[in-house]
Design a protein around this ligand. Sequence first.
Ligand SMILES: *Cc1c(COP(=O)(O)O)cnc(C)c1O
Length: 708
Amino acid sequence: MMRRQSPALDGFRLMAAVLVVAIHTSPLAGLSVGLDFWLTRVAARVAVPFFLMISGYFLARNQWKGTGKFIKKTLLLYGAAIVLYLPLNLYAGGFSFSQWLRAVLWEGTLYHLWYFPALIWGVMLTRLLLRLEERPALAAAVVLYLIGLGGDSYYGIVSRLPVFRHFYDWIFAITEYTRNGVFLVPLFLLLGARSIRLRAKVSAAGFCLVLSGMSLEAFFLRSMDVQRHDSMYLLLPLCMIFLFSLLLGCNHGRIHAARDLSLLIYLLHPACIVMVRALARLTHTWSVFVESSLPHFLAVLSLTVALSLILYRLRPLPSPARSRAWREIDLDALRSNARLLTQAAGPGCELMAVVKADAYGHGAKEVARTLQRDGIRAFAVACPAEGIALRRAGIRGCILILGWTPPEQAPLLARWRLTQTVADIEHGRALANAGYHVHVHLAVDTGMHRLGIPADDIAAIAEMYRLPGIRVDGIFSHLCVSDSLLADNVEYTNRQAGAFSHAVQQLTDMGIHPGKTHLMASYGILNRSCEGTDYARAGIVLYGIYSDDSPVCRNLDLRPVLSLRARIASVRSLAPGDTAGYGRAFTASRPTRLAAVTIGYADGLPRCLAERGGRVLIRGIPCPMVGRMCMDQLLVDVTDVADTAPGDMVTLIGRDSMAEIRAETVAEQCGTITNELLSRLGHRLPVVAAGQNRSLPHMLKAVLSEYL
Ligand SMILES: *Cc1c(COP(=O)(O)O)cnc(C)c1O
């Protein structure tokens, strides 16, 4: 026989939510008062204990490790619910401050919201109780429940004794009900955690029997008129033990939406009661949809379910950005670096942010937007495509293309208002002949011999300023050994700087306004002075990284912007002698735990890194890469890290807890400079911003996606 899929636990979540709606709409009141009492005050009283038990069940299955997160989520949700129902509170006349305090702490700001503070208090108290052994904890919870019972449906009997009456008077001075986090919640959390399992027949028979008993108990108490409230019965815990065991026994499979849906139904139904009333008044159907109890219940239920389904469909799905491997950029660090470099460049000199090669692998769009917000108005890229991408991302101001662009692209340059570097005399003339009045900066060759008009060819330089087909907005040169403090190299740089300022001076003497002048890149800013120029072109140091470990004159407190992260996909154990990976390049020399990590050379990581002492951080602990790096994965020895698991975050560059892997170290291991390492980080790695977006919509979205 095939085993039927019966997701009993999730199914009953939905059932319990419907029962709560029933409690607040009394569906059978029109039919029979007694029947309605039984449904809403007896049978439906299993709903909340069930929610508590299922919380305890899942918390305990995780050894109560998720308690902090659970409380945080519940708090967030409670906060959202308070805000949601605030208009109703205000409409009803609001509370005084002490009433607010009481409501928020214990009773909830609307009748159904007591559940959330109760859950929070209850979970905290239960954790405290569990410092005892399980049995004493359970015994304490039973005692608390009994005390609660005395203030609930047995109040009329118990309060006949003056001692008890005084005791409960004292409690009721603090809170209206004993149905709360102290007296009601711990017992059901602990019963859920124990999840006692009996045989199906025993559970079913036990449940029927005890429910009948509880019904008798309820009707008896009601006839005696001793109930102060009617949410707790002597037999309720026993009833719940049988019910939960019954559900657990036939629980196969899941309804994934059930948790969120039941929660939404619970949260929203009071709002729907209000809406149904308003609609009934508007459509003159009051007698049908409000006064007749069953149609009223059905109307409220359908509206609540419909609204819950809609909201459920609209819930934010997890972002795929951090699913495999990603580039995390610290925008606060970026802004701090930009400020420090602007200061270092000195007064009168602006920063031109070099964001070519996707901002050295940091994500040009995010980087440029952040800097523009902080007042930076000049950017440099390598080619038109990069410039256009920035314009599309809303970057205004000057975008200088540092590389050569074919003259036939002039219309494109004009269309996107990109400033083109003139690479040499022919390039300048050809751009002018294209006739689009493209804005340009002249590159001047002062000794790098890459691009530029020779610095001593002042006639050619002056000619460019007079060509009618282009507009020369600036002039610059590039240094080739400014990163070195060796005397020879410093001397060479001096000559380059001299040649540049001489050319600029000659132009001025000829009555030509040279436009914006710029000479220094990252190492120029660190090792020399930007005085007398208009821009400092900061590239690598803007990202808080040095090209390599050579010394510099000016030590700024720059912070690395990029962290490169991935995840553990799978962990396995190897015996000594076992090999792993392509070419069997790794042989275990001891019992080894090996993790596959979700990043490889196709993401831009140098393939040689794995064989040259590459490491990653897992929970702040350095772990060596082993074997050969694959296209999309690599292997890491995690023997020294306790309980690593799939999904754990792996850091390849950046900080994790107290440890850090610097880009400079990785570049050196691979025999290259950070500029190459970072600019190669591929487009398969999404850019995730950290430490910046404090806008309200973004934070709300973060909170929602945290919860749902
Ligand atoms: C790439 C580049 C820069 C930036 O260099 P960094 O050393 O990274 O600051 C500056 N100027 C020119 C012409 C460039 O090509």
